[in-house]
Ligand binder design. Structure first.
Ligand code: AP5
Length: 223
């Protein structure tokens, strides 16, 4: 199962990806997390992208495409993967197709900008695993503490309001055209399904819809 979660910053892609990994054992490819790991480990890539990410801008396509190509060729991706945060431009989407990779399911999680701006100030993450929480909507069992490791949670450096507004504006300009791209694809290719989900519902309600969609696709592919 090759699926992609599409949506603006803070739409809930990482939150739902975590659920899909646990429920269906499908690995997640989060380009944002790969880049944050590179920054944390002070690699050459990390040095190159830190400033770009702190400003809320997109990392150049060629860097991202190479990163994803390498990750997809790893053995755990043989039977499928969840793309979270990739592709983010038409160039990235075309590069995926040129690799011969056709997505079974593209899910857009749609959330209005105003909701995102309010939501992002409450996000907390566990840097080592990428697990995501929210102070109000998805709180950890113990305040500021990761549920599994007990380690402290932090706020992302690009979650301040100014950067979030910049990321939203880049999303509308460069990533939103992918909604039309995948909508068209799903009307011309019966093997590629596009679904839009209202991302203002609760985390559990969205999980249930995604769960049902994945079961449906699995059944269709097997039948
Ligand atoms: P990336 O890490 O991909 O960030 P993003 O797309 O901006 O998405 P986020 O991780 O911010 O949000 P999310 O949708 O995963 O939401 P989450 O589940 O955390 O990218 C970061 C940067 O890396 C980019 O700006 C760019 O510089 C670079 N980059 C990455 N990929 C790139 C690419 N392909 N090309 C170029 N550059 C790239 O949820 C957010 C919060 O809301 C959490 O606190 C969560 O608990 C809460 N929440 C989730 N769902 C709900 C709900 N239903 N109701 C209430 N609260 C909810």
């Amino acid at each position: 199962m090759k699926l992609m979660l599409l949506g603006c910053p803070g739409a809930g892609k990482g939150t739902q990806a975590q659920y899909i990994i646990d429920a269906f054992n499908i690995p997640q490819i989060s380009t944002g997390e790969m880049l944050r790991n590179a920054i944390q480990n002070k690699t050459a890539l990390g040095e190159k992208v830190k400033l770009i990410m702190d400003k809320g801008e997109l990392v150049p396509d060629d860097i991202i495409i190479d990163l994803v190509k390498a990750r997809i060729s790893e053995p755990d991706c043989l039977n499928g993967f969840i793309l979270d945060g990739f592709p983010r431009t038409l160039k990235q989407a075309n590069a995926l197709e040129q690799q011969g990779i056709n997505l079974d399911l593209v899910i857009e999680i749609a959330v209005p900008d105003q909701v995102i701006i309010e939501r992002m100030s409450g996000r907390l993450i566990h840097p080592a695993s990428g697990r995501v929480f929210h102070k109000v909507y998805n709180p950890p069992k113990e305040a500021n503490t990761d549920d599994i490791t007990g380690e402290p949670l932090i706020q992302r450096s690009d979650d301040n309001e100014e950067t979030v507004r910049q990321r939203l504006s880049i999303y509308h300009e460069q990533t939103e055209p992918l909604v039309t791209f995948y909508q068209h694809k799903s009307t011309s290719d019966i093997n590629s399904i596009f679904k839009k989900i209202d991302g203002t519902q609760t985390v559990a309600e969205i999980q249930k819809q995604i769960h049902d969609l994945i079961l449906y696709i699995k059944k269709e592919k097997i039948a």
